[in-house]
Design a protein around this ligand. Structure first.
Ligand SMILES: [Zn+2]
Length: 381
């Protein structure tokens, strides 16, 4: 069995349960906060979650400043604006409330506020030298698992290059997992983020960096998401299914922190950058073909088989067809022809995919020619 060693230090306290948002003020105060910065976006603000959070934070005797201008796929400009607000207010704690974009902006702000310089100085792992401010992550989607990761994904405002800036010090000190917050997601967000979480479980299960501990998180994340995804799509108010998705996404995030990701994410990033396909949809579109490709490796095949059996399925082929069924239930394959990806675009997309960092962790070596074939099969071109 492929079983490398690992060095696992949980850095994030997990507080899970319906209405756990109510604890945000006391949890921040316990971290020494006197003045918190709440980082969120306008959509989340419209759903009313930040206003409730502010009430709980003030009730604990703390000051709070809001930055609610986070945009999807945040850039260096979003971080710069947030840093400016934080500096003027003189905050001592950061709270990221929202989807991956809000949590990434909160983390990026923490890097620059405490260590100075620019985001690109932290591209890679472990480049921050000074301690950071305490961070509380409160996801309102069940998808990225950013609340359990030490990476901030920030794009360069001019080049659009996505930079993964990771440092153990950037991990949230506390993640509040309140499944009630995820009920307000629009159906399309539930679908895209849910598919992303499922893909995180599937990809982390086979990467070269996987280890016995990450495998445990991948398996449980897969079991939870596979069992609950269709239920949240059909009944958005199903709190038990929402809870499973939220835990599954957080556990998959922990798996990523320890085992990285693979070729589905490598293939997805250029589709998002060039054609604006939402991350979860882009990952979902290519995932079945990546599983097919990787399953030719005997060890990867056995790991996929393990997931299949966990889900009560017979073999890896059935796993692939069940993932496809979920993609269709989530509407991920509708309207793909309209996105405008042409056969002519594939060689350049494939070259970009092969250059992605995540490709290096894929269990089977995967080159540009493989990605080109994979795109053609996945997109029916
Ligand atoms: Zn993802």
């Amino acid at each position: 069995m492929h079983s490398p060693g690992f060095d696992f230090q949980p850095r994030t306290r997990l507080v899970f349960g319906a209405d756990s948002l109510e604890r945000v003020g006391v949890l921040a105060r316990d971290l020494g906060a006197k003045h918190a910065l709440l980082v969120t976006d306008k959509g989340i603000a419209a759903a009313g979650h930040p206003a409730r959070a502010v009430g709980f934070i003030e009730a604990a005797g703390l000051h709070v400043t809001i930055f609610d201008e986070v945009r999807e796929n945040p850039t260096t400009l979003d971080v710069a604006r947030c840093v400016e607000v934080a500096r003027v207010a003189g905050i001592d704690t950061i709270i990221g409330l929202g989807g991956g974009s809000s949590m990434d902006t909160a983390k990026g702000t923490n890097f620059l506020l405490t260590n100075g310089g620019e985001m690109k100085d932290y591209w890679g792992v472990g480049k921050a030298t000074r301690e950071m401010l305490p961070l509380i992550a409160i996801p309102t989607t069940a998808g990225t698992g950013s609340e359990c990761q030490s990476f901030a994904l920030i794009s360069d405002e001019t080049t659009h290059q996505k930079m993964a800036c990771g440092d153990p010090k950037a991990a949230a000190r506390v993640a509040i997992l309140d499944p009630l917050l995820t009920i307000s997601q629009p159906p399309r967000v539930t679908a895209c983020t849910g598919i992303d979480a499922l893909a995180h479980a599937v990809e982390t299960a086979v990467t070269k960096k996987r280890n016995p501990l990450s495998a445990m998180y991948s398996r449980e994340a897969f079991r939870l998401c596979f069992g609950a995804l269709e239920r949240v799509l059909h009944d958005p108010r199903d709190l038990s299914a929402r809870s499973s998705m939220q835990l599954g996404a957080a556990f998959a995030g922990t798996a990523i922190e320890n085992s990285m990701l693979g070729a589905a994410h490598s293939a997805a990033n250029p589709l998002t950058a060039r054609f604006g396909i939402v991350h979860g949809q882009a990952v979902g579109l290519v995932l079945p073909r990546v599983v097919e490709f990787n399953a030719r490796d005997p060890e990867a095949h056995d790991r996929y088989l393990d997931l299949a059996i966990l889900a009560g399925l017979e073999d890896v082929n059935e796993l692939i067809s069940e993932i496809e069924t979920l993609l269709d239930a989530a509407g991920m394959r509708e309207g793909v022809a309209k996105v405008g990806v042409t056969r002519e675009a594939l060689p350049e997309l494939a070259r970009e995919a092969a250059r992605q960092w995540t490709a290096t962790f894929n269990p089977r070596p995967i080159a540009a020619a493989d990605f080109e074939q994979l795109y053609a099969d996945a997109l029916g071109l």
